[in-house]
Each structure stands twice: as structure tokens, then as C-alpha cells.
Ligand binder design. Structure first.
Ligand code: HEC
Ligand code: HEC
Length: 335
């Protein structure tokens, strides 16, 4: 064969074959992938503090315990409003010239999924306390404390972010706990973690194996909303399981005049839009609005709080809450 004796021909044919195969098996699929999974219209690339915060997230190994992926199974519903799709990760860029793109999707879920933490938990006070020592707000937590992201200062300046840590966690230390830039960057990063809504006309994938379907199949009837579980998922980290709150940060709901009183409008407004009238407490984020609470859910939470820890408030109906919710939503959009 002439080809084997002519090195020019041999190398050209081999080279051409290599380029064609590379195109077919690598470049073409990659281009197609990029076309099919373009970043969602509403997603914003990370920048500034949030990007620096992601580096802290990677450096501290948070991915070892936290996932960032909502699977399409019903048990993942608490972590997002829809299952994740490839496009959710399309806006992530290389960390730098030396480090590849880090999606931090994770595989271990020792702690909760953080895909939507920027909607679920937005309180800076809470997150900083929790980083200083998770046990300050969640007594049973096994998450490590990240004390080295804070420093003690006798006289913090006006621009310093001071974190109110209960005295029992500060034994042998003097001064005030001040957040270092790293932890503020980490906070900025967590705030950006929320699901982008799909463009209009696209229906999200469904969550499979729903509890309600199971209930229907086993004939156990309509599944009502569990106020206790709603409280545990949305309120307990701050107001605590025993409803007693935390001194200097979160007020007690046990014996609270709002919980037991007649001003239902204020109560619903607090749940939907947050609350911050008193300097001696931290501020409450707009938990209900962030989590898209329905009137059923709000009623379930209120009824749970009004009948727990010795409280004796009047029970409410979904209809009562619905009327107030319409009004409270208008108030929120006017803010
Ligand atoms: C050893 C495993 C572990 C590591 C490492 C870890 N966490 Fe956690 N994390 C947990 C557990 C368990 C919880 C649930 C209990 C709690 O709230 O403290 C949690 C809770 C959280 C929460 C509250 C989630 C929610 O839905 O309320 C946030 C936010 C969080 N972690 C962020 C981080 C960040 C950021 C890092 C890295 C700096 C980190 N975690 C490292 C185990 C871990
Ligand atoms: C991130 C922490 C946080 C979470 C989560 C949270 N709250 Fe609060 N809540 C606060 C803080 C802080 C205040 C007090 C604000 C102030 O007075 O300045 C407060 C105040 C309240 C009050 C008023 C109590 C009183 O006696 O004045 C009610 C009622 C309340 N929260 C209900 C809820 C319910 C219900 C949920 C869950 C749906 C919830 N909170 C979730 C932090 C939180």
C-alpha cells in the first residue's frame, strides 16, 4: 500500500481522522449540551462577595455535609419548589485559571440541602450565630463551629458586624464577637442560593412518590397539614422547639401576646412579612413570603402555636386567614 510508504499521506489521514472523531464525540455533544442547557433567563452569575464566599464554601468543605441538588422525589420538596435541572448549574463558571468549575452539588446530606437556603433562611443574625457555633440556635446540631471566621474585639467600630452570642458560649473570652470578612462573604454567597423560576410556559418536572398518593392508595383519606412539622421546618431554628426563643435574639412564643392575643392581622403579617420593631431582638425575615406559604399552612402553624407550650389562643380557620392574607400580600408589595 502506497499510504504506508508516504509519511505525508499517512499523517494527514491519521490527523483528519483524529479531528473528525474529536468533533463527533467531544465538540458536537458539548455544543449541543450548551444549547439545550443554557442558563435560565433569571439566573445571575456570581460576582464580588458572593463569588469570594463560594471559595470559602469550597475551602471549608461545606460540600462534605451539604448537597445543592433537589431530586425529583417527594422527600426533597422541602428543599425547593421544583426539582433541579441541568440549566440550574449552567451559569457556574471556572473558579480561576487553575481550578475547574465547581458545582458543589455534593453527595452527602448530613445537613439539609442548601439549593434554596437563600429563600429559606435569610436572617444574617441567625446565620452568623449558627456559623459561630451551631449549638447556639440548634441545640442538637452536629455541624462544626467556625469560630475562626470571627474575632473578639473590646471596642468594635461602627462598621464592624457584631454578633450576639449567648454568654454560655463565650466562657473565658472577653469583648464582643465580630464577624470577619470571610464569613460575611459566605453569608453573601448563601443569599444567592435560591431556585430561579422557569421561563413562562415551561412546567417543572413533578416530584414523584407523593405522600398524598400513598395516603389515597392506602385509603387513609385526605392528608391534612401538620402544624407541628411546619413549625419545626420554618420557625423552630429561631423560636426553638420549646417555644421559649433565645434571650437577646429571638422572643418566646410561649405566652406571647401576639400568639395568644386577638390581633390576627398582626400575627399573619409577622409570619408573611417578617418583623423587627424591637432593638433587643434580632429581626425576623419574611419567612412566609419566602416560602410561599398558603393560607392552609399559615392556619396550621398558628393553631399549633396557639395550642402548644401552655398557650391558650383561639383556633383559626383557613377562611379567616385567607381574608387577611389577601390584605397582607398587598401590604407586602407596597413595601
Ligand atoms: C459535619 C457536617 C457539616 C459540615 C462540615 C457543615 N454543616 Fe452545615 N449543617 C450540618 C447539619 C447536621 C445541619 C442541621 C442542624 C443545624 O441546623 O445546625 C446543618 C445546618 C446548616 C444550615 C442551616 C440549614 C437550614 O436549612 O436551616 C446552613 C445554612 C449550613 N449548615 C451551612 C453550612 C456551611 C456554609 C458550611 C461550611 C462552612 C457547613 N454548613 C458545614 C452539618 C454540617
Ligand atoms: C430567622 C429567625 C426567625 C424565624 C425563622 C422565625 N422568626 Fe419569628 N421572630 C424572630 C425575631 C427576631 C422576632 C422578634 C423581632 C422583634 O421584635 O424585633 C420574631 C417575632 C415573632 C413573633 C412576635 C412575638 C411577640 O411576642 O412579639 C411571632 C408571633 C413570630 N415571630 C412567629 C414566627 C413564626 C410562626 C415563624 C415560622 C413561620 C417564625 N416566627 C420564624 C425571628 C424568627
Amino acid at each position: 500500500m502506497n499510504v504506508f510508504n508516504d509519511h505525508k499521506k499517512l499523517y494527514s489521514i491519521a490527523g483528519l481522522l483524529f479531528i473528525t472523531l474529536t468533533y463527533l464525540t467531544v465538540i458536537m455533544p458539548a455544543l449541543q449540551n450548551q444549547r439545550n442547557n443554557a442558563p435560565l433567563p433569571g439566573s445571575v452569575p456570581l460576582s464580588g462577595d458572593a463569588l469570594a464566599g463560594k471559595n470559602v464554601y469550597v475551602a471549608e468543605g461545606c460540600v462534605g455535609c451539604h448537597t445543592q441538588q433537589v431530586r425529583n422525589v417527594d422527600m426533597d420538596k422541602v428543599f425547593g419548589s421544583r426539582p433541579g435541572i441541568a440549566a440550574d448549574y449552567a451559569n457556574l463558571k471556572r473558579m480561576n485559571v487553575w481550578q475547574n468549575t465547581s458545582t458543589v452539588m455534593g453527595t452527602e446530606r448530613t445537613g439539609p440541602d442548601l439549593t434554596n437556603i437563600g429563600a429559606r433562611q435569610t436572617s444574617r443574625d441567625w446565620l452568623l450565630m449558627h456559623f459561630y457555633n451551631p449549638r447556639t440556635v440548634v441545640p442538637q446540631s452536629i455541624m462544626p463551629s467556625y469560630e475562626w471566621m470571627f474575632e473578639m474585639k473590646e471596642n468594635p467600630s461602627k462598621t464592624d458586624v457584631v454578633v450576639n452570642i449567648p454568654a454560655s458560649f463565650l466562657e473565658g473570652k472577653t469583648g464582643k464577637v465580630v464577624a470577619k470578612p470571610e464569613v460575611l462573604q459566605l453569608y453573601a454567597y448563601l443569599l444567592t442560593l435560591k431556585q430561579t423560576s422557569l421561563p413562562e410556559g415551561l412546567t417543572p418536572m413533578e416530584f414523584l412518590y407523593k405522600k398524598a398518593e400513598k395516603a389515597a392508595a392506602t385509603g387513609s383519606g385526605k392528608l391534612s397539614i401538620d402544624g407541628k412539622a411546619m413549625y419545626a421546618a420554618n420557625c423552630q431554628t429561631c423560636h426553638q422547639e420549646n417555644g421559649e426563643g433565645l434571650k437577646g435574639a429571638y422572643p418566646p412564643l410561649k405566652g406571647s401576646p401576639v400568639v395568644n392575643g386577638d390581633d390576627l392581622e398582626l400575627y399573619v403579617d409577622i409570619i408573611m412579612n417578617g418583623y423587627d420593631p424591637r432593638p433587643e431582638y434580632a429581626s425576623m425575615p419574611a419567612v412566609g413570603t419566602n416560602m410561599n406559604f398558603t393560607e392552609n399552612e399559615v392556619a396550621a402553624i398558628i393553631n399549633y402555636e396557639r395550642t402548644s407550650w401552655g398557650n391558650a389562643g383561639k383556633k383559626v380557620t383557613t377562611e379567616e386567614i385567607k381574608k387577611i392574607m389577601d390584605f397582607v400580600k398587598i401590604k407586602a408589595s407596597a413595601k
